[in-house]
Design a protein around this ligand. Structure first.
Ligand SMILES: C[S@@+](CC[C@H](N)C(=O)[O-])C[C@H]1O[C@@H](n2cnc3c(N)ncnc32)[C@H](O)[C@@H]1O
Length: 409
């Protein structure tokens, strides 16, 4: 079918199906679903439509249900097509006639009339979305009293955060790129900028890294040539920070493709680390380290602003699957420290089992995180742990959800 813009909508439908039915991440699904879409703009559009449907799905479904007496099953194609059509009008400012022309053909041979009727009814009513998206019940229950604030923080995709190779140049880059800095070495730009076209990308003056993701390495301080192990390092945002802070870095990860991205990032920024591809559960270090950063594999629910698929893919089973791996990695890391050495454990997860629950089992001496080490507006917990979520620093544009804890041996 050669209706302009149709392949992007068809790809959006495939992406949503891959997330909801097969439990794939948007990134995994994108590598196959976007292959048939020509042009960067249409690929970005397919992804944006799928992301907005996943972000606002509950509210889009409530609108759909309000406009038809016919009960559409949750996984019915007409429902997904209507979600796609509504998300474009209500979130991406696509004119309704373009939405109809590219949406209804997705139901070729199916209930096009029904979909057209529901869509037209809602357009006539002049419907809109609430200020904050409704969370799936399971996520709302897990996030408890923070659920409302997290939902509010989820309403928009996040701004673009950069970490600078040289924090002394923060003012210079803030002026060059027109950004705002919340910490030395951090810069925040409005979302939507094409990263590779920005000044400083080619020369490796900075890399993309959410404000929260940049905090764990800051808690290790200056390296002064000491040895640090970046366990679970790829694609390397934290490896770059460690190397830039003067640490002698060993960066280890199991995943070959991600390791290649880490190497590319080191090359672009002219920073150095010894890179090891290995399973951290089998590898043994040649000598203990002065510091270890364990940025453990996790459900990544803290990244829900940029990856709204986690709202639907992650439940009790996925969380329970991560916990034993995190425990084993923590146990091993705790044995590889020099006396006086520091361990930082981090996960980009909002789930207590992956954060607080893991930290509570560690038998090293706590080294509580101090408020003075954090950006204004954030504070450690009474136990000296750091818990961030997308509902925090909302005036400044929010941040990802992370759990971070620190000990010394
Ligand atoms: C949260 S990501 C790391 C992100 C990275 N620290 C950064 O800042 O760019 C977790 C990483 O753990 C790695 N991983 C998972 N299981 C592992 C294992 N058994 N041994 C080593 N790495 C593992 C994954 O390949 C993934 O790259």
């Amino acid at each position: 079918m050669d209706i302009p813009g149709f392949p992007a909508r068809r790809a959006a439908l495939t992406l949503i199906d891959a997330v909801l039915r097969r439990g794939e991440t948007l990134d995994q699904a994108a590598s196959s679903a976007l292959g048939r879409v020509k042009g960067d703009a249409d690929r970005a559009l397919a992804r944006a439509i799928a992301s907005e449907v996943l972000r606002w799905r509950r509210d889009l479904d409530a609108l759909i249900d309000s406009a038809t007496a016919q009960v559409l099953p949750a996984d019915a194609k007409p429902r997904a097509v209507l979600e796609i059509m509504l998300a474009q009008v209500l979130r991406l400012d696509t004119p309704p006639h373009a939405v109809i022309a590219t949406g209804l053909p997705l139901l070729a041979g199916g209930p096009r009339r029904l979909a057209h009727g529901v869509f037209s009814t809602l357009m006539k009513r002049g419907v809109s979305l609430p200020q904050a998206p409704g969370l799936p019940d399971a996520a709302a229950a897990r996030w408890g009293e923070r659920a409302g604030a997290i939902a509010a923080g989820l309403a928009e995709p996040p701004p673009l955060d950069l970490t600078l190779r040289d924090p002394a140049e923060t003012d210079l880059w803030a002026e060059r790129l027109g950004g705002v800095s919340l910490l030395p070495g951090h810069l925040r730009l409005p979302r939507g900028a094409a990263v590779e076209g920005l000044a400083g990308f080619g020369e490796g003056a900075w890399w993309v890294q959410d404000l929260a993701a940049g905090l764990p390495v800051r808690l290790l301080g200056e390296g002064r040539g000491r040895r640090v192990l970046d366990l679970c390092a790829a694609p390397g945002g934290k490896t770059l920070q460690l190397a830039a802070a003067g640490w002698d870095v060993t960066a280890l990860d199991i995943a070959g493709r991600r390791i290649q991205r880490l190497r590319d990032n080191l090359a672009r920024t002219s920073l150095h680390a010894e890179v090891v591809q290995a399973d951290a559960l089998a590898w043994e270090p040649p000598a203990p380290f002065d510091a270890i950063l364990l940025d453990a594999p996790c459900t990544a629910t803290g990244t829900c602003r940029r990856h709204p698929d986690v709202l639907h893919r992650i439940g009790a089973r996925q969380i329970a699957d991560m916990v034993p791996l995190q425990q084993r990695l923590l146990d091993r890391a705790a044995r590889w420290l020099n006396p006086g050495g520091t361990l930082v454990y981090a996960v980009c997860s909002l789930e207590p089992d992956e954060g607080v629950g893991q930290a509570a089992r560690v038998r090293l001496s706590p080294d509580p995180i101090l408020a003075t080490e954090l950006p204004a507006g954030l504070a450690p917990t009474g136990d000296g742990w750091l818990l961030t979520d997308p509902g925090m620093l909302s005036e400044a544009g929010g941040l990802d959800g992370f759990f971070v804890a620190r000990w010394c041996r």
